[in-house]
Ligand binder design. Structure first.
Ligand SMILES: *[C@@H]1O[C@H](CO)[C@@H](O)[C@H](O)[C@H]1NC(C)=O
Ligand SMILES: *[C@@H]1O[C@H](CO)[C@@H](O)[C@H](O)[C@H]1NC(C)=O
Ligand SMILES: *[C@@H]1O[C@H](CO)[C@@H](O)[C@H](O)[C@H]1NC(C)=O
Ligand SMILES: *[C@@H]1O[C@H](CO)[C@@H](O)[C@H](O)[C@H]1NC(C)=O
Length: 310
């Protein structure tokens, strides 16, 4: 065999080892709609990260969709509500979480606030996934993120299980039809544009930007979600090599009735339907743990020995 041929074979072998040893890896996001209404999830990759094959779709009540997310993906995911093809605007329009795109796919556009956001940086510092649920851009529906099958980091569930729309302070409410029913709850930053709420200008450091009465409304109802920009300590979670289940309306009965009411007593354990889903999905493990990895590694070693004996 020529030297060039040998090098080419080695490259092919190296590729095989990479692929089948799990270095090239992906995570599964299972997105589940437990709301009594249709939710249209939107997905936006961070700058410099390619968009996923799907960036928006519909989920009927009870439906779920499992999508494969590349290793090292970073981006955000949210739910759009009250969507329809709008003849006047000639495009697909959502009352909350709209991404401004012509179709159901968001294709690189993000959510118009207010929207509950799940944020991910997979395989970041120390090989950990970083994830959080943020109400910094306001809130539109309950959302819960559960890591599954991961290790390292804190690997705990986070999100906002409470329905905050009814209890949203009047001045933050989004009441599109004037009928008195709020469909989303703005952040104080969006509602008032005050640097003190936005953590901007003279308030752009963790030392100067403090929680406000408004951010505390969100924090009390949803203690593990970001309630303002520097809420990192209690709101960022980490896990390695995990898959994630993202549920809209994890517990249908957790409506916050009025501002100032005690926080709902929802505990952090996953709701029953979610546990059922996780169990049924537990065979869909990540590439690196599949049983064919060992035979493939053996085959690769055998190929290597063949090459070396030329
Ligand atoms: C379509 O969009 C217009 C303008 O934004 C809005 O006034 C109207 O209510 C929308 N129609 C429907 C059916 O949502
Ligand atoms: C989770 O673990 C990370 C370190 O891996 C830490 O920075 C973060 O504060 C922890 N989150 C919580 C809510 O304790
Ligand atoms: C958590 O919530 C579930 C369902 O609402 C309930 O059955 C369980 O007893 C709760 N656990 C704790 C520790 O409160
Ligand atoms: C998972 O796989 C095992 C064997 O591979 C099978 O016995 C079990 O029924 C599967 N579980 C589910 C929930 O599909």
């Amino acid at each position: 065999m020529s030297e060039a041929g040998g090098v080419a074979s080695l490259l092919v072998l190296f590729f095989h080892v990479l692929v089948f040893s799990g270095v090239v890896d992906s995570a599964t996001f299972t997105i589940l709609n437990q709301c009594a209404y249709t939710v249209w999830p939107g997905i936006l990759s961070n700058a410099g990260t390619p968009q996923l094959p799907t960036t928006g779709f519909a989920l009927q009540p009870g439906q779920s969709n499992a999508i494969s997310v590349p290793a090292s993906w970073s981006g955000r995911l949210w739910g759009r509500t009250l969507c329809a093809q709008n003849a006047t605007e000639g495009r697909f329009v959502c009352v909350t979480g709209d991404c401004g795109s012509p179709t159901v796919e968001c294709s690189g556009s993000g959510a118009v606030p207010p929207a509950t956001l799940a944020e991910f940086t997979l395989d970041g510092a120390n090989g950990l996934d970083f994830y959080d649920v943020s109400l910094v851009d306001g809130y539109n529906l309950p959302m819960w993120v559960v890591p599954r099958g991961g290790k390292g980091g804190n690997c705990t569930a986070t999100g906002c299980a409470a329905d905050l729309n009814a209890g949203c302070p009047k001045e933050l409410q989004v009441d599109t039809d004037g009928g008195g029913a709020s469909v989303a709850c703005k952040s104080a930053c969006e509602a008032f544009g005050d640097p003190q709420y936005c953590c901007s200008g003279a308030y752009s450091t963790p030392a100067t930007c403090k929680p406000s009465g408004y951010s505390e409304f969100f924090k009390q109802a949803c203690p593990t979600a970001y309630s303002y920009a520097y809420d990192d300590g209690t709101s960022i979670f980490t896990c390695a090599s995990a898959d994630y289940v993202i549920t809209f309306c994890p517990s249908p009965s957790s409506s916050v009735k009025a501002a100032g009411d005690p926080a709902p007593t929802s505990n952090s354990s996953a709701p029953a339907a979610l546990i059922a889903l996780q169990t049924s999905a537990s065979n869909r493990t990540r590439l690196r743990s599949r049983p064919f990895v060992a035979p493939m590694a053996l085959a690769a070693v055998w190929q290597l020995l063949q090459l070396l004996s030329i």
